[in-house]
Design a protein around this ligand. Structure first.
Ligand SMILES: Cc1ncc(COP(=O)(O)O)c(C=O)c1O
Length: 397
């Protein structure tokens, strides 16, 4: 049987593949330290788990409206009002099976075949594939470490063609940990709006910002920004709920309606119990977030200092999310057991083999001089892992 052209064109998720490989190695008894984690290493808060149990006991196990329950949509709107002072009505909210699914729906709703989407690189590896699945064309626009991996309005304008429809702004960013200031976002958005683009704001890491950095939700810049922005976020990272699969989007009414219709014929509603649990997460205390943020903050500083002390490696101090890009350009060209390390994949594979340390090759994110290091890893393992990375680098010829 023949695979369709659309599916042949889609790459598997390498980060999920690497996590699976690490799990398999661990199951075989290897002491692997993984810096690949894309999820908080914390449990879902107890009050959220209790709300799920209560929903089960109440028998809330049937279909809900396809785009989410009115109660959850209200809780989402309330949260945007509390946190950002933004007024959305429930008809603008679509609840999906994780933020990844929300993004999938967004691009199905806004793209026609051949429409281009600007994807600042290094990018989260699913963006190009999600755009392609909607028959769109992802256009990677390089950013540099010197500009803290942030998209500049100039680079955005240069990448625009008559086919460009949208730009993705992932703030805070996976994989770089960069956080845009209000002024930077305004300048990028001014350029985008001048060029007739809309923005897809992936704010999934919105609660994970450090050093007093402000999380700016693009619609807070003003009405004309809000009218041309679709905001995506979800429960996964903020409430340590990756397995529950709840994401959501806030869009102009016509887009929300289109997404809701699309979802009604694809997945129908997201899991009913997870939706009830998410209401408890959104309305509950911030304790879980505060505890997680403090732990990530401490690890982030530690890793930054350690990495910059290793010959051949370096990294910026990220301001958000739980990732950092480790610059390996000082290592490239060196040899491990007669094998020359020419790119991030060679580095990652040699490190895994030599020291049982897993990192994600930057080539997955369009940045081959880097590997992504997650600090959603215990401090104990961060220390052991960095000792091994140091030993690995010292042993290269
Ligand atoms: C930038 C970014 N957006 C979206 C997602 C998807 O989140 P979810 O697990 O809610 O689908 C992730 C998950 O890794 C992510 O890193």
């Amino acid at each position: 049987m023949e695979v369709s052209r659309r599916c042949s064109n889609i790459l598997g998720s390498l980060t999920l593949e690497i996590s699976a490989r690490v799990k398999a190695m661990k199951a075989e008894g290897h002491d692997v330290i993984g810096f690949g984690a894309g999820e908080p290493d914390f449990g879902t808060p107890l009050w959220v788990v209790d709300a799920a149990k209560e929903a089960l006991d109440k028998g809330l196990t049937r279909y809900t409206p396809a785009s989410g329950t009115p109660e959850l949509k209200r809780a989402i709107c309330d949260r945007y009002r509390r946190k950002y002072g933004l007024d959305y009505d429930v008809a603008q909210v679509v609840v999906s099976n994780g933020a990844k699914h929300s993004l999938f729906n967004v691009f199905q709703a806004i793209l026609n075949p051949g429409d281009e989407v600007i994807v600042p690189a290094p990018y989260w590896l699913s963006y190009p594939e999600i755009v392609k699945m909607a028959d769109g064309v992802p256009v990677a626009v390089e950013t540099t470490e010197a500009e803290a991996f942030k998209l500049s309005p100039r680079a955005l304008r240069e990448a625009v063609t008559p086919r460009t429809k949208a730009v993705i702004i992932n703030n805070p960013s996976n994989p770089t940990g960069s956080v845009y200031t209000r002024e930077e976002l305004r300048e990028i958005m001014d350029a985008a709006l001048d060029c007739g683009l809309c923005a897809v704001a992936d704010d999934i890491y919105e609660e994970l910002v450090y050093d007093g950095a402000e999380m700016v939700c693009i619609p807070t810049l003003g009405d004309r920004y809000r009218e041309n922005t679709i905001v995506v976020s979800g429960a996964s990272k903020t409430y340590a709920m990756t397995g529950w699969r709840i994401g959501y989007s806030l869009s102009p009414h016509e887009i929300a309606k289109a997404m809701g219709n699309f979802q009604s014929h694809s997945t129908s509603n997201p899991n009913s119990i997870a939706q009830y649990a998410t209401i408890a997460a959104l309305n509950g205390p911030d304790e879980g977030i505060i505890r997680m943020r403090a732990a990530f903050d401490e690890r982030r500083r530690f890793m930054h200092a350690r990495i910059n002390g290793i010959d051949g490696l370096g990294c910026l101090l990220p301001s958000g999310a739980f990732y950092m890009m480790m610059n390996i350009s000082g290592i490239l060209g060196r040899e491990w057991e007669g094998r020359r390390i020419l790119g991030s994949m060679d580095f990652a594979m040699a490190l895994l083999e030599a020291q049982k340390v897993a990192v994600v090759p930057g080539i997955c994110f369009g940045a081959d001089d880097y590997v992504r290091m997650s600090y959603a890893v215990s401090m104990h393992n961060i220390e052991r892992g960095l000792d091994r990375i140091e030993a690995f680098c010292a042993g290269l010829k």
